[in-house]
Design a protein around this ligand. Structure first.
Ligand code: ZN
Length: 164
């Protein structure tokens, strides 16, 4: 089922999401719906609060050869190295993008939908995607990671876009 993607201004995007305590059928259904929603919106990642559910889970598919799509439950970033600036956007802030500095490579840990521990060593687009989605679970948006001046410009653009 394709879910509604919440957009900037919706308070759920600012929530500190709760850990998933049990990976049951409801959680698995949500993850499947989120994957469908992500593909429908042509995104490479989607976090649960973006569909209005403030729990710690995201789905991703960076569509790069050799990197399988996946779901990460209760993710933590346990190692970070380097820094890299790249253009970034967000399904919850359609129409806007900006250069965002992120760690270059990371190690993320969490659980898969089978409840088994997962460890992901990532760089490039997958590293950026995981950092962006993990931020969503803490109520952080890419707008929060740009300079105050750039944020001001982006917010003005957003208001204009909303008005038109
Ligand atoms: Zn996003």
């Amino acid at each position: 089922m394709i879910l509604d993607i919440r957009t900037f201004g919706d308070p759920v995007l600012r929530e500190k999401c709760a850990p998933v305590t049990e990976i049951d059928d409801e959680v698995r259904r949500l993850a499947a719906d989120m994957q469908e929603t992500m593909y429908d919106a042509d995104g490479i990642g989607l976090a649960a609060p973006q569909v209005g559910v403030p729990i710690r889970l995201f789905v991703y598919d960076v569509r790069q050869e050799g990197i399988s799509p996946g779901v990460l439950v209760n993710p933590e970033i346990v190692e970070e190295e380097g820094a890299v600036k790249e253009e970034e956007g967000c399904l919850s802030i359609p129409g806007l993008s900006e250069t965002v500095e992120r760690s270059e490579s990371i190690v993320a840990r969490g659980l898969g939908l089978d409840g088994e521990p997962v460890e992901i060593r990532a760089d490039g687009i997958l590293s950026r995607c995981i950092q962006h989605e993990k931020d969503h679970l803490d109520g952080i948006l890419f707008l929060d990671r740009v300079s105050p001046l750039k944020r001001k410009i982006l917010l003005a653009k957003w208001r204009k876009q909303e008005r038109d």
